[in-house]
Design a protein around this ligand. Sequence first.
Ligand code: CP
Length: 301
Amino acid sequence: MSNNSLVSIADYSKEEILAILHSAADFEANPNRKTLDGRVIATLFFEPSTRTRLSFETAVIRLGGSIIGFSDAATSSSSKGETLNDTIHMVSCYADAIVMRHPLEGAARYAAEVSPVPIVNAGDGSNQHPSQTLLDLYSILKTQGTLENLTICLVGDLKYGRTVHSLIMAMSHFNPTFKFIAPDELKMPDEYKVFCRKNNIPFTEVNELNDNFNDADILYMTRVQKERFQDLMEYERVKNVYTLKNSMLDNTKTNLRILHPLPRVTEIDPDVDSNEKAYYFRQAQNGLYVRQAIMSKVVLG
Ligand code: CP
């Protein structure tokens, strides 16, 4: 087992989180430092991805490292029945670190326990997506100038959304106030509400989007994730529950910024894209610098 793995955002202290954000700013200013020259990084994606895989791979290439791996598990020997344990053992013979996305909650923790090289969790089921959270924090810091004392509205699929689960845990260091906006079927799971209460984090829950975000500094929209539903009838009932439109932003705070981990489907109308409060594409670009910082820390210590 390698102690440098990043499995959950809870693996990093407040100081380590701030150090990553500081390092990301350095990479944004100078993205071509070759800190991983001669290193090989594996990206194992057992689930689809655009941003996470491509930004991790771009980050490694810009750092001077090389990439091996797969973006479709059907092309790997897991499709022949190879266990995750054996796959991780084999890939660790070839690579200095492994970035892995897997549909099963806990798969990244398991991989980190059996791997002699660091594992970076690129999303495990509905559980955690820590690199997304670090780029979300970087985006919040860049747009608000601080991480402290912010009001953050989390909207949409709060039940299965691993990005919002990780974000709550990370923001607990910075005295946030949360508003959870979700239909009953997709409410924030109790364990995260218990976490908020234990950490004295105020939160409210509402069902309607309407103008419930007018007091927010950050409006964090999420997609209703078809792939997480056991019952597709339930998905059909809630899939279009909210659509944010440009006209709904008229009475919001001037510093409001709209984040979304992407991909989006119908939850943000394209007419929002040209509003200066829309930040989701720049948020995804920030992922490159943050993942350069993460890979440098994970591989070099
Ligand atoms: N935000 C995110 O994880 O996007 P991808 O699924 O495209 O990697």
